[in-house]
Design a protein around this ligand. Structure first.
Ligand SMILES: [Zn+2]
Length: 66
């Protein structure tokens, strides 16, 4: 199951959720309780090292998105 990263628009808190692809489920920020969360990206099988050709990979998986 893919992992989706969400960022709270209110407080900026980031959380990852395991979620079915195509799901439009609303998530609630565990920090401030706001349900206004924005999906940032999807990560398939976190920790996989098979995509060495990916020029937009982040070694730690925690690089900030701007
Ligand atoms: Zn929040």
């Amino acid at each position: 199951m893919p992992i989706f990263e969400y960022k709270c628009k209110k407080c900026g808190h980031k959380t990852e959720f395991l979620e079915k692809a195509g799901s439009d489920k609303k998530h609630i920020c565990e920090k401030c309780g706001s349900n206004d969360m924005q999906r940032l990206l999807s990560t398939f099988s976190a920790g996989s090292s098979s995509s060495s050709n990916d020029n937009y990979s982040c070694p730690t998986g925690t690089c900030p998105f701007n």
